[in-house]
Design a protein around this ligand. Sequence first.
Ligand SMILES: Cc1cc2nc3c(=O)[nH]c(=O)nc-3n(C[C@H](O)[C@H](O)[C@H](O)COP(=O)(O)O)c2cc1C
Length: 275
Amino acid sequence: MLNPDLQKKLLAEGREFMKNDHNSAYTDFESDQNLKLPQPPLVKEPMSNHAELLPRNFEDLEMEQDFIKLLTERKSSRVYTQQPLSLLQLSFLLWATQGIKDIRGKSYATLRTVPSGGARHAFETYLLVQHVEGLRPGAYHYLPMGHQLEFLHPVDDLPAQISTSLEGQSWAAKASVIFYWSFVPYRCEWRYGIFAHRPALMDAGHLGQNLYLACAALGLGTCAVAAFDRQMCDSLFTLDGEEEFTVYASPVGTISPKDHSSEKAFYQFVEDEGL
Ligand SMILES: Cc1cc2nc3c(=O)[nH]c(=O)nc-3n(C[C@H](O)[C@H](O)[C@H](O)COP(=O)(O)O)c2cc1C
């Protein structure tokens, strides 16, 4: 059991982080932007020379259009039928979560399908692909500037790696693709410095919610995941753990719209486990 004093201290630290009261305490704070230091890049450079353009003919996708129905049907799905996603479906999910619609000013900021405090958009998207038509299984990185996907490397025993990377949540091993989002702190620290981190976590929620709604529109299932092994996720995508580290994950898979019996049993398990 955690030492009660240590526990108290850690709880207090967590609450301080959420309160973000630095404004009144550190009035002499100057951001790197105020100090006229150069702005960091808006997106990460390609990590390989295997970038492929993704299809953008989203009008060809079969999609639920009724927004009220989408909100009603959005839910966390953890039982997947292991059918492949089409490349167009995956392309839509990437665009819905991080797609770039416009560039503001002279490469000053990106405007995307999600909002972000100060348009900092301090996230990168990585995937472990298991079943997507036209893609070999393995690790990928999304390049939002050109709406491209780059293959990084193959991954041995994908189902086991997926489950371990998500703290043993073995249901995720049947997903067709797993989204892992990293945070690149300096992209927002440059402007917001010591105030950067709490809004960035709020921003992460927008990616998760857009993924939920885009999956609902396509009849796919997803489930946000906060219980992941950060170090393992970082090493899967060769992130250094300081200038870039994993903050959120979401498996996506095909689901059966009719047979809810296995899902019901699973929800009971989720409730029992307090997930
Ligand atoms: C930030 C966040 C983290 C979550 N982490 C997990 C997780 O690690 N494992 C899991 O099974 N569900 C996880 N969930 C899903 C929640 O359990 C789920 O959203 C909640 O039970 C409500 O169900 P609903 O999404 O179907 O409305 C997470 C949800 C959010 C928003």
